[in-house]
Design a protein around this ligand. Structure first.
Ligand code: AMP
Ligand code: TRP
Length: 331
């Protein structure tokens, strides 16, 4: 079983990223042959500064390593170090329709508020994402709920490619966690937690100091009721229940049972303490990892050296299937 996922180099990873995705990456190392990359090419689809981009790739890498990605047990690399991703993106464009890309929620969400130019790369973003996964013939893609549509698209692209050019690519499945796949903003619990679309007070960053984490969770918006249970009209409390269940690796039902009869204040305090404890090991390891840029570069070099042969074998098959180069036997 091969597992692949990518994460954007925003540097400021939040609790939603951690619970929805990073936690699953770490677990993936025990479940199969795991490959992860920091998707710096995707980051150029919105306005960016080159020097800041380079730094935030290291920030993100240090967070992932601090969270438990182990370069001995997975392949961990920087997307732009493996050129096959960009070549495959172009080749896959021939089996991707303009209409499909135009229906992507993330494109619409990001293109809408963009004041500077809406780049063509924002439109092609999901094809690059498909290339990331399909280049490794991955079976499973751990992601949060917001990536559901992108994974569906890459499945369609792979199926269409195989129908058109012969069986070449593996059609991947998403792996979305049952608990914590969509952590909401603590101030606006009808929006997902996000460093770009959310509120700073409602977003717990993985590297926030403990007192800040406590403050944000204690100030989280709830309803005027008293009961600790999930319900559509109790978005804030439902979110806190999800968060506590995810960090304790238990179910929301279990949390509701445990906190029956508790007040909101005591419940928020319990969630705050659990989140502080959950994030502490990452914060403790981060500074040392981040300070060693040469060490991070070595990890990226080793990762890219392992990733390239896999991607290049797929590209060889894709090129041959599509009619490039002289006729050759499949590897
Ligand atoms: P990104 O930082 O956008 O690259 O996202 C990295 C991973 O975190 C992706 O798999 C997302 O689906 C996941 N993710 C992002 N926001 C949330 C959220 N609020 N709740 C759960 N998962 C999330
Ligand atoms: N688009 C994903 C996100 O915003 C990041 C990503 C890029 C990704 N390539 C990927 C996720 C490949 C899974 C597989 O979170």
């Amino acid at each position: 079983m091969r597992i692949f996922s990518g994460i954007q180099p925003t540097g400021r990873k939040h609790l939603g990223n951690y619970i929805g995705a990073i936690q699953q990456y770490v677990a993936g190392q025990d479940r199969g042959d795991a490959i992860f990359c920091v998707v710096d090419l995707h980051a150029t689809s919105v306005p960016f500064e080159p020097a800041a981009l380079r730094e935030s790739v290291y920030d993100t890498a240090a967070i992932l390593l601090a969270a438990g990605l182990d370069p001995e047990r997975c392949i961990f690399f920087r997307q732009s170090d493996v050129m096959e991703h960009t070549e495959l993106t172009w080749l896959l464009c021939s089996v991707t329709s303009w209409g499909e890309l135009n229906r992507m929620h993330q494109f619409k969400d990001k293109a809408g508020p963009q004041r500077e130019l809406v780049s063509a790369s924002l439109f092609f973003y999901p094809v690059l994402q498909a290339a990331d996964v399909l280049a490794y013939r991955a079976d499973e893609v751990p992601v949060g709920d917001d990536q559901r549509q992108h994974i569906e698209l890459m499945r369609n692209i792979a199926e269409r490619f195989n129908q058109r050019f012969g069986e070449t690519l593996v059609v991947p499945e998403h792996r979305i966690p049952e608990v914590g796949a969509r952590i909401m903003d603590l101030q606006f619990p009808d929006r997902k937690m996000s460093t770009t679309g959310g509120s700073p007070q409602g977003t717990v960053l993985v590297l926030d100091p403990p007192e800040v984490v406590v403050k944000k969770l204690r100030a989280s918006v709830t309803d005027s009721g008293t009961e600790i249970r999930r319900s559509p009209d109790k978005a804030g409390i439902s979110n806190l229940i999800q968060i506590l269940a995810a960090v304790r690796h238990t179910s929301p039902e279990e949390i509701e049972r445990e906190f029956e009869g508790f007040g909101y204040g005591a419940f928020k305090q319990a969630v705050a303490e659990a989140v502080v404890e959950f994030l502490a090991p990452v914060r403790e390891r981060y500074d040392e990892l981040r300070a060693d840029v040469e060490g991070l570069d070595r990890i990226f070099d080793t990762g890219a050296a392992k990733a390239r042969p896999i991607a290049s074998e797929t590209l060889g098959d894709v090129r041959a299937a599509m009619g490039f180069g002289p006729v050759r036997e499949r590897l």
